[in-house]
Design a binder for this molecule. Structure first.
Ligand code: PLP
Length: 418
């Protein structure tokens, strides 16, 4: 069930040898399979249909407008966390009536942009934000649809940097204050509280933490109903995990069935915000071996892609499988696969055992389609990598490799008296 497969000894993406693309486009680059994206879309979408639901793709997982365009054309909306993501989504053809906006630090300018775009709703993360949105909406003569993002204080059992629904996290409204928050919203003329939201973290590989959160949400929903609030949308966020190494995440249908059972007689719509589960395994990061280096103490394979391109190993100690694009034979080595950046955290894989590779060989860093390019930077003044989308026997450059000129394009040397 993968579109990155070996035929004989050569890695293909769908019907194209990866080596051919690497030779034509240069390295490093992100390579995505359209077939994988469509398959993951379908699995999630069909599962979500057991409820009256809206799926909003989490733009931060992969923000390329070509990929967004595919998901929007197939019928999904967007889960955004900034004005920049709203801009991208609009350029990629989103139906703004299916846009939900999360994030703890929405600025006045971003709020105005979102109100002008008539998005579905703001997921509110603080009372200060609620009041600012009310004020801006009033000035614009509009009513803002909102939900409160509540923090249910459940442990998603994932890496601490990607857990968001515990009381120590900065996200959401303390569940204990949820009712008063809705009461407060009711007093505001330019706010319409239509939803209830939570997102507890990312890369969850068990259903139990989701279930715990949904039970807490259901409980709150019943209390809100009793007080006469009309909740039309329950937004359950994203977070479904993928296999990087040997994780066994639940299938979307297992997750959805469980949610449906817990929500029981709820009559409104359910919103999902998947990111990683749709695009994570649809992408690989392709890089070239520059040098083999042995310090006598350790072996290093130095490649032309680094932490500026793919920061997950450095940031979360995340594991990505790394395989040669042409299968190797012969002696095996244990080595760290590292980039050219001047940081000790600049590694793509540690202590990996594989057939020794030669300088000039291409390597594929798998499961890199989510939080890969979208988290990349120009650190060490490295032009950002290209992004390429494969569809069958064709490939498309969906983002050109940056140039040196791009690096300094926005910079300016003032005329200083020195
Ligand atoms: C990041 C994020 C998501 C997507 O998370 P995945 O783990 O990629 O599914 C969804 N909703 C919100 C609010 C987020 O911050």
């Amino acid at each position: 069930m993968n579109d990155f497969i070996f035929k004989d000894n050569e890695l293909y993406c769908e019907s194209i040898p990866v080596k051919k693309i690497a030779e034509e486009a240069g390295t490093p680059f992100y390579l995505y399979s359209l077939a994988t994206i469509k398959r993951h879309f379908k699995a999630f979408n069909e599962s979500s249909k057991i409820m009256d639901s809206i799926v909003c793709f989490s733009v931060k997982a992969n923000s390329n407008i070509a990929i967004l365009n595919v998901l929007f054309k197939l019928g999904w909306g967007a889960d955004i966390v900034s004005g920049g993501e709203l801009f991208r989504s609009i350029k990629a053809g989103v139906d703004t009536s299916k846009v939900v906006y999360s994030g703890v630090g929405k600025t006045a300018g971003e709020i105005e942009f979102a109100l002008n775009s008539d998005i579905l709703m703001f997921n509110i993360e603080s009372m200060s934000e609620l009041h600012l949105i009310n004020k801006i909406a009033e000035n614009m003569g509009k009513k803002a649809r909102i939900s409160f993002r509540v923090n249910p204080d459940v442990d998603p059992k994932t890496h601490p940097y990607i857990s968001t629904g515990m009381k120590k996290n900065k996200f959401g409204i303390n569940i204990k204050h949820a009712l008063e928050s809705y009461e407060e919203a009711k007093k505001l003329n330019n706010i319409e509280a239509v939803g209830l939201d939570c997102h507890i973290g990312s890369q969850l590989t068990e259903v139990a933490p989701f279930d715990d959160a949904v039970k807490i949400i259901k409980d709150l929903l019943l209390k809100l109903n009793k007080k006469g609030f009309n909740i039309q949308f329950i937004d359950l966020g994203g977070g479904l995990g993928i296999t990087y190494e040997n994780e066994m995440p639940p299938h979307p249908s297992t997750y959805m069935n469980s949610i449906k059972d817990i929500l029981g007689g709820y009559k409104g719509k359910v919103i999902f915000e998947p990111g990683r589960v749709i695009v994570g395994n649809s992408g690989a990061f392709i890089t070239k071996v520059i040098y083999n280096k042995s310090t006598g103490h350790k072996n290093f394979v130095i490649v032309d892609g680094g932490m500026n391109d793919l920061i997950r190993p450095a940031l979360y100690e995340a594991y990505h499988e790394i395989i040669p694009v042409i299968k190797k034979t012969g002696s095996r080595v244990k080595a760290d696969v590292v980039g050219p950046i001047c940081e000790s955290a600049d590694f793509l894989g540690k202590e990996r055992t594989f057939h020794s590779v030669d300088e000039g060989d291409f390597l594929a860093v798998l499961s890199a389609g989510a939080y890969g390019f979208s988290m990349s930077s120009n650190y060490n003044s490295r032009p950002r990598a290209a992004e390429i989308l494969v569809d069958g026997d064709k490939y498309y450059i969906i983002r050109k490799r940056e140039t040196y000129e791009d690096l300094i394009e926005k910079e300016n040397i003032p005329d200083l008296k020195l």
